[in-house]
Design a protein around this ligand. Structure first.
Ligand SMILES: Nc1nc2c(ncn2[C@@H]2O[C@H](COP(=O)(O)OP(=O)(O)OP(=O)(O)O)[C@@H](O)[C@H]2O)c(=O)[nH]1
Ligand SMILES: [Mg+2]
Length: 443
């Protein structure tokens, strides 16, 4: 599913993510390639244009976080855009509590998967402890009722059907039965046509008015790409959709429908059908789909961590301090804490391509870092601000207070002095982080 798109974009993201430097031209080239990939995936042209313009603008205007490479940051930006395109937050069904009846109306073109999806949803809701009732309101196709009865049996869910001609009558019958027999969720399967025509829409409007559904879901075949988006607009105009279920997502869809539906129609994709069997229904999670498409989940989480632990202003303040030689042991303590917040340093170093092979990975010693933290904590505030005032007597005291030795305290202070010197000399190139990190954590 989405294999071709994710193959293409995944390769591109790996290329970009590995770049330590990134220029305006890099960004433009990458965005052009993304544009082509999206168009090939049958994503709506308007959606592609908007995506591309916004991504370019933001990428060029963005300040670079120092703890990740610009390439990684760019990948994260594209990922965020992709998540937004897919609808942002994952949206579930807006069902009422179990004491009130909730009706879900399924609509869509012929063969889009309505009947199968009705049964899948019933099974899904039953698994969540609800009591669903399936309603056979497709009286157009001869075998439709029987099909739902069979599927209902498989799902272990009761199916309501009546031998009448008008689907609205069936729905009314189902609603009163549901009230009597305490079904809390009523799922209505309706008929489809080859294309959305007046007869289909008029019937649907009547069913909707009779059923007052909390959810009106369009069931659309993901394989039809942008067509699915046009269909969603037509149905929305007549019956006001609350969401979309894309079926046959397990087939090799190009992705166009998934990527265009939300921004063109404003309707969230709530589920995707991922197989013919009844368990082939998944909640739609924009984040998961975006990382599947871009294939860069680890880079994204790395940048998120870096953003959370070191905001841009913080990075700049630190840079200033280094340049003006006012970096103190207090700042160092601060850095240790930030690094700890980012999780295991080793794992972070491994995620940063720019640090691989610099030797920095090997030098990190978390145990040593904790001891050094203890040393700093045993100093007075004044000492932390100016380590030069710490004489031999105080060093003995600090060693005792931190559970270390005078030798360790001396070694640490020497190292700190060296670090400060090195930082001063360092230019703003990308090796900066590697060296600082190795100095901080090394023993
Ligand atoms: N691979 C795959 N097949 C699906 C999925 N959903 C439905 N199908 C298949 O699509 C075909 C049509 O499904 P139905 O549920 O009968 O579609 P419908 O919309 O009810 O069709 P009509 O009632 O004739 O309009 C069946 O062969 C289903 O097994 C899915 O998520 N993945
Ligand atoms: Mg059907």
């Amino acid at each position: 599913m989405l294999d071709r798109l994710s193959g293409k974009l995944g390769d591109l993201m790996r290329q970009i993510g590995g770049k330590a430097h990134i220029s305006e031209k890099n960004i433009q080239d990458a965005i052009n390639e993304i544009k082509i990939a999206l168009l090939e995936a049958d994503v709506n042209l308007r959606v592609v244009r908007r995506f591309v313009n916004q991504a370019t603008e933001e990428a060029l205007g963005e300040k670079v976080l120092r703890s990740v490479t610009p390439g990684q940051q760019f990948v994260k930006l594209l990922y965020d855009k992709m998540v937004a395109l897919l609808g942002g937050e994952s949206q579930g069904l807006a069902l009422k509590g179990p004491d009130t009846q909730s009706v879900i109306l399924l609509a869509g073109l012929q063969g889009s998967g309505k009947t199968t999806t009705a049964a899948k949803l019933a099974l899904h809701l039953r698994g969540q402890g609800r009591r669903p009732l399936l309603v056979a309101a497709d009286l157009v196709r001869p075998a439709a009722v029987q099909q739902l009865v069979v599927l209902g049996e498989k799902a272990g869910v009761e199916v309501h059907h009546e031998d009448v001609k008008d689907p609205v009558q069936v729905v009314r019958g189902a609603l009163s039965r549901a009230r009597k027999e305490q079904f809390d969720t009523v799922i209505v399967d309706t008929s489809g046509r080859l294309q959305a025509d007046e007869a289909l829409m008029a019937e649907l409007v009547r069913i909707r008015d009779a059923a007052s559904p909390v959810e009106v879901l369009l069931v659309a075949d993901a394989m039809t790409g942008q067509n699915a988006v046009d269909i969603a607009r037509e149905f929305d105009a007549r019956v006001t959709l609350t969401g979309v279920i894309l079926t046959k997502f397990d087939s090799d869809t190009r992705g166009g429908a998934a990527l265009s539906v939300k921004s063109i129609t404003g309707k969230p994709i709530k589920f995707v059908g991922v197989g013919e069997k009844l368990d082939g229904l998944e909640a739609f999670h924009p984040e998961r789909i975006a990382s599947r498409i871009l294939g860069m989940g680890d880079v994204v989480s790395l940048v998120e961590k870096a953003q959370a632990t070191m905001e841009q202003g913080e990075a700049e303040r630190l840079q200033d301090k280094l340049a003006s030689e006012t970096f103190t042991l207090e700042d160092m303590l601060d850095q240790y804490r930030r690094m700890r917040k980012m999780g295991s340093i080793q794992s972070i170093m491994e995620m940063i391509p720019g640090l691989k092979g610099t030797g920095a990975e090997e030098k990190i010693d978390e145990q040593g870092m904790k001891r050094e933290e203890a040393i700093i904590l045993s100093m007075t505030r004044k000492e932390r601000r100016n380590y030069r005032i710490i004489g031999p007597k105080r060093r003995t005291r600090i060693a005792r207070g931190s559970g270390t030795s005078v030798f360790e305290v001396n070694r640490f202070l020497k190292k700190f002095e060296k670090t400060c010197l090195m930082m001063k000399k360092m230019s703003k190139n990308s090796k900066y982080q590697a060296q600082v990190l190795s100095q901080l954590g090394g023993s």
